[in-house]
Design a protein around this ligand. Structure first.
Ligand SMILES: Cc1cc2nc3c(=O)[nH]c(=O)nc-3n(C[C@H](O)[C@H](O)[C@H](O)COP(=O)(O)OP(=O)(O)OC[C@H]3O[C@@H](n4cnc5c(N)ncnc54)[C@H](O)[C@@H]3O)c2cc1C
Length: 837
């Protein structure tokens, strides 16, 4: 027994030392003390270990080696240098464009999760949703008014375009200049306000929001505001803010999609004639496609690779990726034809140019910024990607939920609202969870950006997670609506979102790439506390300087790895009972602890994944994709816990928070399990598995019963449902397609008792419910219903009929005339060698 207790104490002491990053000399001393104590215990006959002399020898050997390693010269010779040489060829390398992308963004809460010991105070310091009175008034006033004016059907089907009066409205009210500073005539709104405005518009029309979103995201406005010369700012920003200029930004080309930096669009610095005067400029050739707003644009932002063969700029021949502003009517600019992306109606099309000469001062930021285009784009993308797509995805999740809960309560089959059936409850529960969690993550990230962060990794993970959840919500909403969701027409409120889903999935970094490459494979380099510096040290041409930097970082890295291994094992063994939590965590303290526990496991696996897969990381995308998923779940859980606190911990939300937390942690476990089961370095997987799953993968998803509780709450009109669907366009006007649902839902609830009486009478055969009979009047005649009940039910019958109605059309209305079909005949795709001519 004494042996077991002593062994346990030793084990706990060593574990604590590893967790707290003890120095090598402390390790050596502790191992020596343990060995000596054991020897003395044995000498006094108190301990009885088999083959003790061997153990004792081992103990002294380890203590001696640790002590020797604490001498810098010895450590350098026998540990650091061999490690440096071994890692030099095997760690991932960083290309120049990757470096620019990595250095462009900031790290924040992602780095805390990577550290294994997140500092919750940092998360709590991020402001809750905060709007100035002016921003709130804009959201409630002009934004609501715009939503009322947007007719999704007219845009998508009748015009296949954005109507002129909508363009006028958004220009007149400054929607196109939300990110432009007040000083330059814009609204100067915070990221949070921009996100909420975009979300609200998108809950009304996915096409409509695009014309507001693009000028307020990565494009001329933002680039000029951040990098433009003072002349460019003074000239363009007020014009962009007023909508006198419609901007677009052209980066993607036929052969450079996800790998945008490989563009073949070229600019050559040369002298030429502009407006009758000879001047230094750039002669351009480009071929771009998929450019949103291009067919309407008056100002084209263009990315191209700049060369200076005659060295006019005195910086050598290959200057690098450069951005310029070109008026759409400039000679040689081809622009105006349209693509038809997923049947959507927002303007999108190709642009090209050959032998187009522009003056050098059309480069954004002037000639000093020539060659800095990629860095400028990445810097804007790190912030911008946090706003637009998360905003529209969260809004889609919320509006799909609001409409589906109303419909599921209104629509009856088998004499029961379909929302009360378990089969429908399942997708509804998914939607409730997504609406809460994605909105939480949206709000948190927008607040970070409002505070000046440019979260490169978080923006990438939020982009793919929010659009994937949005896709699931839209699909779930369609399933719940059955044929009503499928038949298109003015009364269909789902098709606009459904058509737009693939656009969200593809733009701003297509999701497969964003999940499997950008979030973890590149993100780990950014968020990991030591990795980026180590790789820099390994890539340093000056070997002496590289080794010195490597040595400093490597020591800390080893301590970090040991700390996470011990911490993960300890917290997983004790189910997180001793894990950290923020002060005053209240009823969610258990989940905060679970977040800290999971972060330890993540940090350990992330660390060893990068260290052991090294240069192979970018091709082991099934592993890195799962690591991205694990990180995303931790981020969502952080956001959910913070939202609950920020919202004032409403009692009714606690069950939902627990539902989300349980599922986040379950999916987190599944992602890590997938990594460990498929980890290419098997010995490392064997080592990590007992540390991460010390007692097995025991977490379970939320139960069916918990799902029922949150869905039942969401099916009731009231504060819980309103909170879940906050800040989207809401109406109680039965003349409006969204308003009709909410209005009818309220009437369904109010008429429930009368409805039950009627149903009973129908079941007993006292009242006949057939098309040729007014069954409500019959029920009133027979005394089943009072007069006012009959009136209410008759009104409800009309409302329900309108809710479930689908549109039909005369065949002629749907047929396209021969002439219009001919007029819109598509151009033939050009093979690249012809396009290049
Ligand atoms: C409607 C719409 C609007 C757009 N608006 C604009 C705009 O305004 N301006 C602009 O410049 N561009 C715009 N784009 C372009 C958009 O950014 C690109 O479509 C996107 O970058 C993907 O490029 P691609 O379509 O050529 O796909 P590809 O690059 O051919 O990718 C195909 C698939 O391969 C995957 N993939 C590619 N590389 C990797 C990798 N290394 N690892 C794993 N998976 C990978 C991708 O994730 C994707 O699933 C728009 C696109 C659309 C459809």
């Amino acid at each position: 027994m004494a042996e077991v207790i002593v062994a346990l104490i030793c084990f706990l002491v060593l574990l604590a030392m590893a967790m707290h990053g003890a120095s090598l000399r402390t390790w050596a001393l502790t191992v020596a003390i343990i060995t000596l104590s054991a020897q003395m215990g044995l000498g006094h006959g108190q301990l009885h270990w088999p083959v003790f002399p061997l153990w004792s020898l081992f103990g002294w050997l380890v203590a001696g080696l640790l002590f020797a390693a604490s001498f810098p010269e010895l450590k350098r010779k026998y540990i650091t240098l061999p490690a440096y040489r071994a890692l030099k060829g095997s760690m991932p390398t960083i290309s120049e464009t990757e470096r620019e992308a990595l250095e462009a963004g900031t790290v924040g809460w992602d780095a805390e999760l990577f550290s294994g010991t997140p500092d919750f105070a940092k998360l709590r310091r991020v402001a809750p949703i905060t709007l100035t009175p002016e921003e709130r008034a804009f959201l409630d006033g002009p934004t609501t008014e715009l939503c009322k004016r947007l007719s999704d059907w007219k845009i998508r089907h009748e015009l296949h375009d954005i109507p002129d009066d909508i363009w006028r409205f958004v220009c007149d009210h400054g929607f196109l200049g939300m990110l432009i500073s007040k000083q330059h005539g814009g609204l100067g709104f915070s990221a949070q306000a921009q996100s909420l405005v975009l979300g609200k518009i998108s809950s009304r029309s996915a096409d409509g929001v695009t014309i507001v979103m693009v000028p307020n995201s990565l494009g001329p406005g933002e680039l000029i505001e951040k990098y433009g010369t003072s002349e460019q700012k003074d000239h363009f920003l007020p014009r962009l803010a007023r909508g006198d200029e419609i901007p677009c930004f052209a980066l993607t080309g036929p052969l450079s999609g996800s790998d945008a930096a490989s563009m073949r669009d070229i600019g050559v610095v040369t002298r030429g004639v502009h407006q009758g005067k000879e001047t230094l400029g750039v002669r351009l050739a480009w071929d771009k496609r998929y450019i949103t707003l291009a067919p309407k644009a008056t100002l084209l932002g263009l990315a191209f690779r700049l060369f200076d063969p005659d060295n006019h700029l005195d910086r050598g021949e290959d200057i690098g990726i450069t951005l310029a502003l070109i008026p759409a009517d400039h000679p040689g600019v081809e622009i105006g034809r349209r693509h038809l992306p997923a049947g959507a109606a927002f303007p999108n099309g190709p642009t090209s140019g050959r032998d187009v000469f522009i003056p050098i001062d059309w480069i954004i930021g002037g000639q000093e910024r020539a060659g800095q285009g990629w860095r400028m784009l990445m810097s804007c993308l790190a912030a911008g990607r946090s706003i637009s797509l998360p905003a529209t995805s969260a809004a889609a999740a919320k509006s799909m939920l609001r409409m589906s809960t109303a419909y599921a309560r209104i629509r009856k089959q088998f004499n029961l609202p379909i929302g009360f059936m378990e089969g429908v409850e399942e997708p509804l529960a998914r939607m409730v969870e997504s609406a809460y969690a994605i909105e939480a993550a949206r709000a948190l990230t927008a607040s970070m950006v409002s505070a000046g962060e440019k979260p490169a990794v978080i923006s990438a993970l939020l982009k793919y997670v929010s659009t994937e959840r949005m896709r699931q919500c839209v699909n779930d909403a369609l399933d719940i609506h059955g044929g009503k969701g499928i038949c298109d027409g003015p009364s269909n409120y789902l098709q606009g979102a459904y058509q737009m889903v693939p656009v969200g999935i593809t733009v701003e970094g297509a999701n497969i790439l964003t999940r499997t490459l950008i979030t973890f494979a590149q993100g780990a380099l950014r968020s990991h506390p030591y990795l980026f510096t180590e790789i820099e040290a390994l890539q340093d041409q000056n070997t002496e300087r590289g080794i010195e930097l490597f040595e400093r970082t490597f020591d800390a890295h080893v301590a970090f790895t040991l700390s996470n291994a011990a911490g993960a094992f300890w917290h997983n063994l004790t189910f997180g009972a001793f894990a950290d939590r923020p002060p005053n965590a209240g009823l969610t303290r258990h989940w905060w602890r679970q977040l800290a526990r999971a972060s330890r496991s993540f940090a350990l696996v992330a660390d060893l994944t990068v260290a052991l897969l090294g240069g192979g990381l970018k091709v082991k995308q099934k592993i890195t994709g799962r690591m991205a998923d694990a990180l995303a779940e931790l981020y969502l859980l952080s956001a959910v816990l913070k939202r609950y606190d920020d919202d004032g911990r409403p009692k009714e939300d606690l069950k939902l928070v627990e539902y989300c937390a349980r599922n986040c942690l379950y999916r987190f476990d599944q992602a890590l399990l997938g990594v460990l089961r498929n980890f290419p370095v098997r010995w490392a997987a064997w080592l990590m598995t007992p540390l991460v799953f010390a007692l097995g993968a025991r977490r379970r998803p939320a139960s069916d019963h918990e799902g029922k509780e949150i869905v039942r709450a969401a099916l009731e009109p009231g504060a819980f449902r309103d909170r879940l669907t906050r800040d989207i366009f809401i109406s109680d006007d039965p003349g409006d397609r969204a308003g009709l649902l909410d209005y009818t839902l309220a009437r369904v609830v109010a008429c429930e008792a009368a409805e039950k009486k009627l149903e009973r009478a129908i079941r007993k055969g006292e009242v006949k419910r057939f098309h040729d009979n007014d069954w409500i009047a019959e029920a009133e005649r027979k005394g089943v219903l009072t007069e006012s009940e009959a009136l209410d039910l008759a009104e409800l019958r009309e409302l329900v009929a309108r809710v479930i109605a689908v549109d039909d059309f005369a065949a002629d209305d749907l047929a396209r005339s021969q002439d219009s079909a001919k007029a819109s005949e598509p151009s033939k795709p050009k093979p690249e060698h012809i396009a290049a001519e």
